[in-house]
Design a protein. Sequence first.
Length: 300
Amino acid sequence: MNLIQYPKYFIYLILSCSILMSKYIQPLNHAETKEILNIYKKDREYSRLIDQKLVYFVEGPVVLNIYSRKAFPSQTKKDKSYQFAVVIDEGQSLIAKHSSRKDEKVYNKNHPGHSYTLAGKDVINIPKGQHRVELTNLNKKNNILVRLTTSPFKAKNEISDIKSIDHQYMKEAIAILKKNNESYYMLSNNISQSDKIEFDRIRFKQIGPTLVRIISRTTFLDDDNTYYQFKIRKNDQLLSTHHMFAEKSINTKIINDPTIGISKWRTTLINVPKGKHEYEIELVSPSDKHVLFKIQEDSK
């Protein structure tokens, strides 16, 4: 490596590490629920979500990452699906659902007869202030372990839009916002009941290392339901499930349909590793409204 290239590489390495930086947080009853899993030869603290609730206090604004695994006897062939409830400030709530295969790289020396699923990842944007987050196992027969981390939001730098792979076929699914003429992809997962061309997912390609921002907004009809959910896949592998709660935006309207209300925008960050990758955003819920997405590259 020559002397001219080295400083650039070093600066970029620092920036990349800062994007990955996350903070592990413990529940109130950490001591009595702690479990150590050896994952790819590194010890990681998890908490047992079995007979009792886990309560966390989170200081926002941050991105909350919930990693979960199901423990099961190594010889069993039973269903490896599980679910748990997440309640924020005793108000906003959601159900996290996962089903995955065995992770061969996880070991627990205290329970050598058990195996563990691949980690499910649920992501929630936590607003400014202190918030109470409560997790509850919905089926006590499932031995669930969870690990929560937080990561900061990143300030915008130089932004450029990323087009969907199917952009030329999605002209009818483009929504233009009246406030600033921004264009969004408009997704719906109720395709079969529509008389026009609809899409429930967006695919795009990206070369890394770089940072991708996904800006999303839900729409409003006659209700005030602010929750929406989508999944992100990389190279056909599920990365994470994202749960969003958004407030209604008073001044923002869609030019081609001003009767539909729009929420304030929410941000999702993807750290793209080195190489060429294909990503997919799939809308999961709601089933009765559209959700708008804009994909951008941040030059960092």
